[in-house]
Ligand binder design. Structure first.
Ligand code: F0G
Length: 462
């Protein structure tokens, strides 16, 4: 088999500023060891997120020029609405500036204090928006999801038995909706199978509970179904995506991921009454229902992005490049969530640094070292992001997993960038025994990972 090449050539380039190790050590200390607080200019390879970081295509830039900025009923809106309805199939599309705005509108419309919202695994903003309205966010990943290094084709699946038990315990009337995140980002970027989607749908149907998808990475999930789920090899990715959406009553979507755009999103539903309420809220905080939180040009860029993201050459290359990174570090012994999913490689920091206890934030230590070693910016998805801090007692509770995510921006980096990342990770792996932990010195009450400041309990950089 030949080398898998990027199925595009590069029309515009953006320089990467090279930095020295000493500079990076200094920058990181000034940022309180929080990579969210670094200047992006001080980062060599930015794998912080695959969200809003995609390179747009020539067709998308052309669409940007066609953007119609009329306040109401613009041509851009009708092109956007047609693209979304054709693919997603929901009756109402409510445009928002990004995914979390859709979450906020959805949960503040359907949730009451004391309600319970199950998900395979909630993303941080999803959980925070549910908790903000006084409801409880419950993660129900399948048991295989927690066995990070054991391969399983659909580790994003929901634990259906667990869902049945939860509904029986709290009562269906307290569950305003069930969500499935495709792919399961906080759970390692793992796909959800159609079999699981159908099982969850059937259970929701029996209890009269609506099922919503958090559809950020629907195209990667659909392609992984094509590759891994028996019976789907001959289906097009679009057909599979349509089948996924046909099983749901609505979805939230951040166009910053599989919309191949730098901003945007929407909320979709088949419920006429709910859509009216949601549009009223939209006008209050986002904008008129034919643009929501976006400019006309954004709507057009997304309409084109939703077509390009389903191209199989693109998806083949994308998955190959993520798998390449995963396989090359795993082969040297680095513990990763197996198999690599669609948008990122997740290193199991607890297994990488078994001598650093979870409350000493092994993921944060690994993130710091990757930056100092190679100027690579990754993100901790562990106790910093999902641990609990009791402001009364100061007590800390660890998250179920300590992951470090290396998220690949779409169409941005080439294979040699990936090789460089492999080399830097292996350097850090060689000196892991000399690494230690971190402690938090300042934190916010919610979503603390964005602004917290840390202090190392050892000498960073080896
Ligand atoms: N749901 C999932 C599964 C996500 O991954 C994200 C964002 C959101 C919802 C919220 O969307 O950012 O447009 O408001 N994830 C980014 C990430 C930030 O880095 O994984 P948003």
């Amino acid at each position: 088999m030949r080398t898998i090449i990027e199925p595009f050539k590069i029309k515009a380039v953006e320089p990467i500023r090279l930095t020295t190790r000493a500079e990076r050590t200094d920058k990181l200390r000034h940022a309180g060891y929080n990579v969210f607080l670094l200047h992006a200019d001080d980062v060599l390879i930015d794998l912080l997120t695959d969200s809003g970081t995609a390179a747009m295509s020539a067709e998308q830039w052309a669409a940007v020029m066609r953007g119609d900025e009329a306040y109401a009923g613009s041509r851009s809106w009708y092109r956007f609405e047609a693209a979304v309805k054709d693919l997603f199939g929901f009756r109402h599309v409510i445009p928002t500036h990004q995914g979390r705005a859709a979450e906020r509108i959805l949960f503040s419309t359907v949730c009451r204090p004391g309600d319970v919202v199950p998900n395979n695994t909630h993303f941080d903003t999803t959980r925070a928006n549910i908790e903000a309205v006084g409801a409880q966010a419950v993660d129900l990943p399948c048991p295989e999801a927690r066995r990070t290094q054991e391969p399983h084709p659909f580790k994003g699946d929901m634990d259906v038995t667990g869902l049945e038990r939860l509904i029986a315990e709290v009562g269906a009337e307290r569950v305003p909706l069930v969500m499935l995140t495709v792919t399961n980002n906080s759970g390692g970027g793992q796909p959800v199978s159609l079999a699981n989607l159908r099982a969850v749908r059937a259970l929701c149907g029996r209890h009269g509970i609506p099922l919503y998808l958090d559809a950020c990475r629907f195209a990667e999930n659909a392609f992984l179904i094509k590759l891994r789920e028996p019976g789907y090899a001959d289906h097009s990715v679009r057909q599979i995506a349509r089948e996924m959406f046909s099983l749901a009553d609505g979805c939230t979507f951040s166009a910053k991921k599989d919309g191949l755009a730098n901003i945007g999103g929407f909320l979709a539903t088949n419920d006429d009454r709910l859509a009216e309420q949601e549009k009223d809220l939209l006008i209050l905080t986002e904008g008129f229902p034919t643009y929501g939180g976006m400019a006309g040009r954004d709507l057009d860029a997304i309409a084109v992005g939703l077509r390009e993201v389903l191209e199989e050459d693109y998806l083949t290359y994308r998955l190959a490049s993520v798998r390449y990174l995963g396989e090359h570090i795993a082969r040297a012994g680095v513990p990763i969530v197996q198999p690599p999913g669609g948008h990122a490689v997740y290193i199991d920091a607890a297994a990488f640094l078994p001598h650093v206890p979870p409350l000493q934030l092994p993921g944060q230590a690994l993130v710091a070292e990757l930056y100092v070693e190679g100027g690579i910016r990754a993100v901790e998805i562990g106790t910093v992001m999902f641990g609990r801090h009791d402001p009364e007692t100061g007590a800390e509770t660890a998250a179920p997993m300590e992951l470090v995510r290396l998220a690949m921006p779409r169409r941005v980096y080439t294979q040699s960038h990936v090789d460089y990342v492999v080399e830097a990770i292996l350097e850090v792996w060689q000196r892991r025994e000399g690494m230690g932990g971190f402690r938090i010195v300042r934190q916010a009450a919610v979503l603390r990972h964005f602004t917290a400041r840390f202090e190392p309990l050892y000498s960073v950089g080896g």
